[in-house]
Each structure stands twice: as structure tokens, then as C-alpha cells.
Design a protein around this ligand. Sequence first.
Ligand code: DOR
Ligand code: ZN
Length: 349
Amino acid sequence: MPDKNITELTIRRPDDWHLHLRDRAMLRAVLPETARHFGRAIIMPNLVPPVVTSAQAEAYRGRIMDALPAGSDFTPLMTLYLTEATDPEDVRAAHAAGIATAVKLYPAGATTNSASGVHDFEKVRPVLEVMAEIGMPLCVHGEVTDSEIDIFDREATFIDRVLKPLRKKVPDLKIVMEHVTTQDAVDYVRDSSKNLAATITTHHLIINRNHILAGGIKPHYYCLPVAKREAHRVALVQAAVSGDKRFFLGTDSAPHTDPAKLQPCGCAGIFTAPNTMSCLAEVFDAAGRLRKLEAFASLNGPAFYGLPANADTITLVKGDPVTYPAHIATDDGPVTVFDPGFDLHWRVT
Ligand code: DOR
Ligand code: ZN
């Protein structure tokens, strides 16, 4: 039941705990869309070549700062892309110097630009042990890559085959299961007592696999992990609106140009940066839980990362349907903005 009497909501400025900004022309085009509403974002390192070292993260942060609109006080929180050759002492130094906030684990081959990721998890154990020691979180793309595992089962299988053994070996490591898509992941996070949290994307709160596949294939709804059946989407909404501190927003806004998405083998990624706050307010309103939006978007993430919440606020107002451009223009080509498939009544003032 929507909260009928709430038509205005002021919350601490939100953060995005999982964001793809890319580089060069794409960076310049998409960064203002996030900087408009968000205070900080965890920046994904899957560039080509990936952002592996502390020096590369520092240089990438510089390019992001250069691309920020004048007057913006958005802060990018950088991540290092974990490879089997990552030097634990470089990670320690990057954290101590405030250059990197987290490390990102991509199983090799799991998703866009993940070829340099990890095949053998034992090889990265020394890095993980240093991270546990210094309290640096590991952001995990939680999908197995074995071709014989059905794509809809890859997240649940990852929990059993990789995450459970890893958390036994390095119990003090803080882990964020990124962009969870299943009831299995929600239950696993809820059942764990410490050092584990999960981000949930905007689009996984809204679409299920029918949106991608029923009545014609919709490349703009294709992302990884792929959206699952409706019962899983409902579990994600329940986790997000619950206020449980272990669940927070990571949009995984992942821009690709239309030509890169609309082809026989199209890229995975959904671009939600422009309308995420409107979409989230609609989802929380429909669940009768608008008062929990602040916990999900603005409070739980910083608490897990050991950072203060943003000091300033944003205000959302409910009214006539608000529209967003269907695409944003970039020098690389148009990027389609996520279409939630329903009217959005909430806008950020
Ligand atoms: O859909 C996705 N797109 N999932 C990912 O894990 C990567 C991302 C991208 O970089 O495009
Ligand atoms: Zn991502």
C-alpha cells in the first residue's frame, strides 16, 4: 500500500556503493548524472586496461575529478581490480594513503572486462589476509563462471562453492556481495552475523526475467547477474525496504552505447544513473516503506564502510509523472536510460 499521505521526503544525501563511470568521453557524459544527486560512489575498476595498482587508481580518480561539473562536491571512492598478481603491500599502501576504499573481485570471465580477474582464489589469499587486517572491504561479483552451470544458478552456486569456503578461511574480511539477485543471496546475508553485506541495484528491484525475454528480447534489460524470476525480485524488495543494515544501494549503473547493446552479442549493463532516485522512491512508496528509503540509500552503506553519512540532504516530491530523456548523448554514441515500465511520480527537487 503506498504511503498516501507522504508527498515529500527529505533524506540524507544518498551514495551509490557500486557504479561504472568508464573513461574519456563516456565518463564526461555519465558522471554529471550521478553527481547531480549522489554524494559519493564506489567506482568500479573494470576499465580496459583494468585499474589494478594504487598508481592507476590515483590517476583514474584524477580523471574523474577533472570531468566533474564545476561546483560539484561529489567524491569518487576508488577500488582496485584484484588479479592473481596483485601485490598485498600495494593494496595496504593504497588504503593507508586514502587512494582506494575497497578491492573488487571479478571471477575471471564473469562479466564485462573481467578477463584479468581471479581463476584460483588461493592465489589471492595473501591480499585478502592483508585486507582483513586493515579492515578494507572486498566487493565481490558473486557468480561462478563454469559454462556447465546454468546462468540463472550462477549466483547461488557461487555462495556454496566460493563464498562460504572463502569466509571460513578469512573470517575477518569484510565482504560486500554486489548486486544480489536471488532469495538465496538475501538469505545468506541475513543469516550471517558479521562482516557481510549486500548491495542491491535499482533495476533488480523492478525487473524480472520476463521483462527481458517475454514478448520479444529486450537488450536494454540485459545485465549481469541477469534478472531472475519474480519470487527473487520480491525477496530483493523485501530486503531493501526492511531497513536491515546489511542491505544498501549499489546501482551498478553501467553505460554502454546503443550500438554496443543492440547487436547479436550485446553488452551487459543497464544505465540507471539519471532516474535511480525516482525509481527507488516509487518502489519504496508502493511497498508502503518510504521511511526506509534513507536507510537503504544513505545510511546503511556508509555504516558498513565505516564512513559518516553525508551531512546534507536531498528532497523528493511526489506529483504528476516526471519524464527523463530516453537517451543521453555521448561522443561515443547514445546511451539508453533505464525504462522502469511504469510512471515515475517522485522527483528530486
Ligand atoms: O551488467 C553488468 N555490467 N554487470 C557487470 O558486472 C558489469 C557491468 C559493466 O561493466 O558493463
Ligand atoms: Zn558492476
